[in-house]
Design a protein around this ligand. Structure first.
Ligand code: IMP
Ligand code: MG
Length: 174
């Protein structure tokens, strides 16, 4: 099968937008320490680039979730497949995700961190597909809103491939 990969958001636009988000987050968290939680694997590239653009102190933690069983359709049931290393209690948590699709993952994570007794929790995603939303998500920071197309690159994969592309691309399987 042929996989047709086409650029949707060029590298320079992604880099510029991440810098803008870093500036905005820096302003919003003035005088605070950010407890940044990167959702593996998709957000790994975005979260590290974003962290480098933030000018207040940042702690980094990583967790992994899964919502998809065998199919590529979200089951709505989120499982934690890699636990946190650091205790987020009393911290100003910033959850960094690659993309908001159905919304189930970030909707679940917001509640998950509130239950852990955090001081605050805000949500950040590089990409958003608003047309696909099934549950409400209150994200404070969004890189780009995109149409309902399957995308790869900058951490996002198709069958574990294309995460290393330095831009966002659509992939169509022929
Ligand atoms: P949600 O829980 O439906 O919002 O799903 C979010 C997760 O679905 C993301 O973290 C991605 O892993 C995955 N996902 C959703 N859309 C795409 C896409 O277009 N490309 C790659 N992964 C996607
Ligand atoms: Mg993901």
């Amino acid at each position: 099968m042929n996989e047709n990969v086409m650029v949707m958001i060029p590298e320079e636009d992604v880099v510029k937008r991440i810098k803008e988000l870093g500036d905005e987050i820096t302003r919003d968290y003035k005088g605070k320490t950010i407890h940044l939680v990167c959702i593996l694997k998709g957000a790994a590239f975005f979260a590290t680039e974003l962290a480098k653009r933030i000018k207040v102190p940042v702690k980094m933690d990583f967790m992994a979730t899964s919502s998809y069983g065998q199919n590529s359709v979200s089951s709505g049931e989120i499982q934690i497949t890699k636990e946190l290393d650091l205790d987020p209690k009393d911290q100003d948590v910033l959850v960094v995700e690659d993309i908001i699709d159905s919304g189930h993952t970030l909707n679940f994570l917001e509640g998950y961190f509130k239950d852990k007794g955090v001081k605050s929790v805000k949500l950040c995603a590089l990409l958003d597909k608003p047309d696909r939303r099934e549950v409400i998500v209150n994200a404070s920071y969004i890189g780009f809103s995109i149409p309902d197309k399957f995308v790869v690159g900058y951490g996002l994969d198709y069958a574990q491939k294309y995460r290393n592309l330095p831009y966002i691309a659509t992939v169509e399987v022929e």
